[in-house]
Write a protein that binds this ligand. Structure first.
Ligand code: FES
Length: 117
């Protein structure tokens, strides 16, 4: 596993995608509902940044045509996108958020209460 530090926990605002690049891959890191997720920052329908969309109910909605991608699986739950977007393993170590773009997530780290901001 080759996790790379992408930001501090304090850099993440609830439901606001944080854009980073890991090993040449553009990713959006999302803190929502107490957990942290990492998803490829490119819609599977067209080459637009998902980070410009809105987070809702553990989904990231593409601003262009409205497909909603599950932050846990990358699967779209609405058209026009039909293919999943890659999602990546996230680790939290102390105040650091690490992402491994070579690994799919099996768990979704939750932030310790009181460590925000
Ligand atoms: S570009 Fe994302 S749904 Fe069309």
């Amino acid at each position: 596993m080759s996790s790379v530090r992408v930001c501090a926990l304090g850099d993440l605002d609830e439901d606001i995608p944080f854009v980073a690049q890991v090993d040449g891959v553009d990713i959006a890191v999302v803190l929502t509902q107490g957990s942290v997720y990492a998803i490829r920052n490119e819609c599977s329908h067209a080459d637009v940044a998902l980070s410009d969309g809105e987070v809702d109910d553990c989904h990231l909605e593409c601003w262009m045509h409205g497909s909603r991608f599950n932050l846990k699986t990358g699967e779209p739950d609405s058209l026009p996108a039909t293919q999943a977007v890659d999602v990546y393993a996230v680790e939290i170590q102390a105040d650091d958020v690490l992402v491994d773009v070579a690994s799919r997530p099996s768990i979704f780290p939750t932030i310790p209460t009181g460590s925000e901001g």
